[in-house]
Design a protein. Structure first.
Length: 604
């Protein structure tokens, strides 16, 4: 500063006193000397003298990086000349790691910042450093970006992956199977997803194996269960039953899984102290054709169905059969000290369950294209039972749903028939007519007409004969008649008589009475009676199966139905006819006349 003041004073004197032509002025500072010789010989001359300084740390504002955890990106410092400093050259920030200059600060470690300054108008070039210009990049923390999740597994006999794959940054996902949820395994870690075969509970631990520059993630545990096989549902189609497209097996399986423990608790299969019991509940739904269904079941089902089908539609009615079977399989295992199965004490035996402890929904995918007036009928416990159609999907919990009901979801080819049931055997889905009937719950028929119960509006009763058993069979079902003729070899003997329709008023009920049909499972014979006492006796004492109302009699009818009995026949031992001549002839051939059985509207 003294040198600058001296030069300033000298210049001032020169300017005041003036310079003569040819005179020169010498200026020097910090060892540098410059001679100034004016080129003009007269007039005023202005001299500007700039003396450059060296850059110092105090001339700069330096900002060091603050986010110092490793993340794979460069950490940068910035530097600018202070606002009071002018004429500084270009500033370049340089990084030094362990004393060695590096291109950028990326990896973990200790860094020093230096400023490389180019020459400016007021400052010389130079390198500036300061003991405070330093920072340290620490290890980053690996992150689980997508945690693995437990899979829903059921025993299959093969190894299965226990969890879905996780994802991480800053390292590799690794897995190990532990023994509990509190202590992470010390060995067995691998990048492979762990697998297991046997049913049981598994403790799958996961962590991130850190890459260079990263810290790891604290291990975490997922509990995974491989369930024992329960509620396996199977559907078997039949190409001849084209309307039945399938059954929603996943839905059925879920329901069976809930019911299986109740069945297991009720099972009385014995086991020892060192044994456990494994119970599997399975359901099979199979579409079958009419000729595979016992004819007594077909007959009983159609008897029920025809209560809602007018005679004009019975010939064209369509029926699909389903066999629904529920089985229970019990296996007793010997177990080791840890309670793990080591062997079976015997081969499990399937037991067919005819009834479940609760109602389940069997969703049948059924093509209702151009089909109408769907009925569901079940043959169970040696009798046919009609299901009640629900107008809307039930909102009550399934366990509280009423047995023997059904609901149709959707329409046409995508319709699903929800069958609510807890009893299992043969099911029939029956459609009839070309349009919906006015009241599906009644025995009346199409929308445009309600048929009165008069002699003029009678129901046709068909008569058939089967040679091998010498049995005569009577039915109002044109469909049943067609099946027996086409598939079972019965001989059509035409119309037996005309019966009244079911009574609909109290007055009609006084004279129109049901005639019951019964089936003998030991001889495969059928019998018909108007007498409730005879019906009850045959059922209670002799093992006959009730097949419901076959048709109706009319106490005021014009035709008498005669009944005969042959003591030498095991099947076909009873015969019914409106023909007095036939009745008389049969008596001459060893039959015993039992006089009048009942009256009907008219003979054939």
């Amino acid at each position: 500063m003294k040198t600058k003041r001296f030069l300033s004073i000298l210049l001032s004197l020169v300017l005041v006193l003036g310079m003569l032509p040819g005179m020169s002025l010498t200026a020097s500072a910090a060892g540098n000397t410059t001679e100034i010789t004016p080129s003009n010989t007269s007039g005023a001359m202005t001299i500007t003298l700039i003396i450059k300084g060296d850059p110092a740390a105090t001339d700069f504002d330096v900002t060091l990086p603050t986010a110092l955890a490793y993340d794979g990106t460069a950490k940068t410092a910035s530097a600018t000349a202070k606002s009071t400093v002018t004429g500084m050259g270009t500033i370049t920030v340089e990084y030094y790691k362990d004393g060695t200059k590096v291109d950028s600060a990326v990896e973990i470690g200790d860094y020093t910042v230096k400023l490389k300054v180019a020459a400016g108008t007021h400052y010389n070039a130079g390198t500036v450093e300061n003991a405070d210009w330093k920072f340290t990049i620490t290890k980053g923390t690996a992150t689980v970006t997508q945690a693995p999740t437990a899979k829903a597994l059921t025993y299959t006999g093969s190894a299965q992956e226990l969890v879905s794959a996780g994802e991480a940054t800053g390292g590799e996902m690794q897995y190990a199977i532990g023994t509990n949820t509190t202590t992470a395994p010390t060995t067995g870690w691998s990048a492979s997803i762990p697998t297991a075969t046997n049913a049981g509970t598994y403790y799958v631990w996961y962590k991130v194996d850190p890459a260079t520059n990263y810290n790891g993630v604290v291990p975490a545990c997922i509990v995974v269960e491989i369930k024992k096989v329960k509620g396996v549902a199977e559907y078997k189609p039949n190409e001849d039953v084209r309307e039945v497209k399938g059954v929603d097996l996943d839905d059925v399986k879920t329901q069976l899984d809930k019911i299986a423990p109740v069945i297991a608790n009720a099972d009385n299969t014995g086991k020892g102290d060192n044994q456990i019991k494994d119970i599997t509940v399975t359901l099979e739904t199979k579409a079958v054709t009419a000729n595979t269904v016992p004819k007594d079941e077909v007959s009983a089902i159609m008897q029920i169905a025809n209560n809602k089908i007018p005679s004009s539609d019975q010939e064209s009615s369509k029926i699909s059969y389903l066999n629904i079977t529920v089985k229970k399989n019990v296996i007793v295992y010997n177990v080791d000290g840890n309670g793990m199965p080591v062997s079976t004490s015997g081969t499990g035996q399937d037991t067919t369950l005819t009834t479940l402890p609760g109602v389940i929904d069997i969703p049948v995918q059924y093509d209702l294209t151009n089909l109408h007036n769907l009925q569901v009928v079940r043959y169970h416990g040696a009798q046919a039972e009609a299901f009640t159609k629900l107008d809307k999907e039930p909102t009550t919990p399934l366990r509280d749903q009423t047995d023997q009901t059904f609901f149709v979801e959707g329409s046409g080819a995508t319709a699903i028939v929800h069958i609510y049931t807890k009893e299992f055997s043969t099911y029939a889905l029956i459609t009839s007519g070309t349009k919906e009937y006015k009241n599906e719950s009644s025995t009346t028929t199409p929308t445009e007409k309600t048929e009165p119960t008069t002699k003029d509006e009678s129901v046709t009763v068909y008569r058939l004969y089967y040679g091998p058993t010498m049995e005569h069979f009577y039915t109002t079902s044109a469909y049943e008649r067609r099946v027996l003729i086409d598939k079972y070899g019965w001989v059509d003997e035409g119309i037996a008589w005309k019966s009244p329709k079911a009574p609909t008023t109290d007055e009609e009920k006084k004279t129109i009475k049901p005639v019951y049909r019964l089936f003998n499972p030991f001889t495969t014979d059928h019998h018909y009676t108007k007498d409730p006492n005879e019906r009850k006796t045959l059922i209670d004492k002799y093992g006959w199966k009730d097949e419901g109302v076959a048709f109706y009699s009319n106490d005021k009818g014009d035709a008498t139905v005669y009944r005969l009995w042959h003591p030498g026949l095991i099947t076909g031992a009873h015969h019914f006819t409106t023909g007095k001549h036939e009745y008389d002839v049969l008596i001459t051939r060893g039959w015993i006349g039992e006089t009048e059985a009942f009256k009907v509207n008219a003979a054939s």
